[in-house]
Design a protein around this ligand. Structure first.
Ligand code: T5A
Length: 228
């Protein structure tokens, strides 16, 4: 089904999040999807976490510089939560209310995977933070990009060049393997929201898989397709 043949849903915008380990291609795929949706004259907001809003970008600097790590996993989780609170209130929710589709590079699943599964922060704290920061807001679709960790880390290193790895890229291989497993579990536990996508192909092939997932989950059934 081409974009021009689709009767796009109206009303509130749709919230699509991209998740996965380091270098799995989230930014690359968000850009490709945004271009395709813009070509279909959809109103799109592309954003990211940590960050996205001015207040949250300040928090981003704090956590990715490694300062949050010095405070311990619980305090680091609170920093991500504070950033998310600002991001949701000032950017994501207003955009969705105006009918804009929001494509977000990482969201609450990153906290579950990085701080929960790997940082051993208790689920009760993560759940409490989630209630405060995002309330009932839940992504309509979460794309989880899945890739052998060695390939993801190679891609991230090639992109970085001579730059320094950030706080999480610098973790050991076992951390990244655990991360991949944590994301696979998130996908298996919530199949109505999440789609696990094989990201070990060229960017256009992966983009085709992402498009198929979005079409199957968020677009109207063929009965409501406008013929061209
Ligand atoms: N974090 C975040 C938490 O711990 N808790 C939280 O609650 C949140 C929200 C953010 C860090 O913060 C942590 C997780 C992260 O460690 P970041 O700088 O925003 O860090 O970066 P990441 O989100 O981690 O993004 P990555 O660096 O992993 O990259 P992407 O976006 O997954 O990958 P992308 O698209 O930039 O691609 C990487 C390279 O690979 C190439 C690209 O051209 C690029 O050079 N590439 C491909 N090459 C071959 N084949 C393909 N299919 C390719 N796709 C992309």
């Amino acid at each position: 089904m081409s974009e021009s043949a689709v009767k796009w849903p109206s009303g509130r915008g749709r919230f699509v999040t991209f998740e996965g380990g380091e270098g799995t291609g989230k930014s690359t795929q968000i850009k490709k999807l945004a271009d395709r949706l813009k070509a279909a004259r959809m109103r799109i907001l592309v954003t990211r976490e940590p960050g996205g809003s001015p207040g949250a970008e300040i928090m981003r600097h704090l956590v990715l510089s490694g300062m949050g790590k010095l405070l311990g996993p619980e305090a680091e989780t609170l920093l991500f939560a504070a950033a998310r609170d600002d991001h949701v209130r000032t950017l994501i929710q207003p955009a969705l209310n105006q009918g804009t589709w929001v494509l977000c590079d990482r969201f609450a699943d990153s906290t579950r995977a990085y701080q929960g599964s790997l940082g051993r922060v208790p689920a009760a704290l993560i759940n409490a933070m989630q209630r405060v920061t995002i309330g009932d807001l839940k992504p309509d679709l979460t794309i989880i990009l899945d890739l052998p960790v060695e390939i993801g880390l190679q891609r991230a290193a090639a992109r970085r060049g001579s730059g320094t790895p950030d706080r999480f890229e610098a973790e050991k291989l076992g951390f990244h393997q655990g991360l991949r497993e944590a994301y696979r579990k998130i996908a298996a536990d919530d199949p109505a929201r999440c789609v696990l996508i094989d990201a070990n192909s060229d960017p256009d092939t992966v983009a085709g898989r992402v498009w198929t997932a979005l079409r199957d989950r968020l677009l109207p059934t063929p009965a409501s397709v406008v013929s061209v």
